[in-house]
Ligand binder design. Structure first.
Ligand code: HEC
Ligand code: HEC
Ligand code: HEC
Length: 106
């Protein structure tokens, strides 16, 4: 029990020491609802590409897991969520032919 406590405190210290991560260092978040396969969101990835917290929070995503309701219409319109950047003419590569960069085939 004591070891777990120390682990948690150490993890929090790391989080404060290296604030360039969307989630605690090394953590990932999963979006599992799509029939196209789950999307694993690695909290370190975007900061490593120069997209920091304010690239997504609070304008694009709330800081609360499970708030975003991502639809196929959002994918196509590029109006919300991941697709404000991942679209033709956006900051990142568009969804066309790139489904599998986000979705892991079930
Ligand atoms: C590329 C976009 C992106 C960037 C950049 C980003 N986040 Fe997030 N963040 C998300 C998404 C997506 C969620 C989940 C939102 C949802 O499910 O509706 C999230 C959720 C969170 C949550 C809530 C986690 C939970 O368990 O509820 C926190 C806290 C958070 N982000 C902090 C940060 C911090 C701090 C940074 C910068 C170091 C950051 N984020 C950068 C996309 C991003
Ligand atoms: C604020 C803009 C922005 C948002 C919002 C955003 N991304 Fe990105 N994303 C980027 C940029 C910039 C890159 C790096 C592009 C490059 O290397 O050409 C990137 C790269 C990625 C990569 C790396 C793929 C690879 O192998 O090159 C994945 C996966 C990814 N994003 C998934 C997501 C997901 C899932 C979401 C929504 C939860 C999201 N992104 C939201 C800007 C964004
Ligand atoms: C930039 C990352 C990204 C790319 C590229 C992407 N998706 Fe998604 N997609 C997501 C995320 C995140 C979700 C949300 C899943 C969830 O809510 O569990 C999602 C959800 C979905 C859903 C479910 C929508 C709903 O209404 O429930 C479908 C279908 C889907 N994607 C198909 C596709 C197809 C087809 C492509 C390629 C043309 C694609 N996606 C490309 C990130 C992406």
């Amino acid at each position: 029990m004591k070891k777990i406590g120390i682990g948690i405190v150490f993890g929090m210290l790391l989080g404060f020491a290296f604030p360039g991560y969307a989630l605690p260092p090394g953590q990932k978040m999963e979006f599992t609802k799509s029939p196209m396969g789950k999307v694993v969101f690695d909290g370190n990835l975007h900061p490593s590409k120069g997209i920091m917290c304010d690239g997504c929070h609070p304008a694009v995503f709330e800081q609360k897991k499970g708030t975003a309701k991502i639809t196929m219409a959002n994918h196509e319109a590029g109006d919300k969520y991941c697709f404000v950047c991942h679209k033709e003419g956006g900051k990142a590569w568009p969804i066309k032919d790139n489904c599998n960069k986000c979705h892991i085939k079930p």
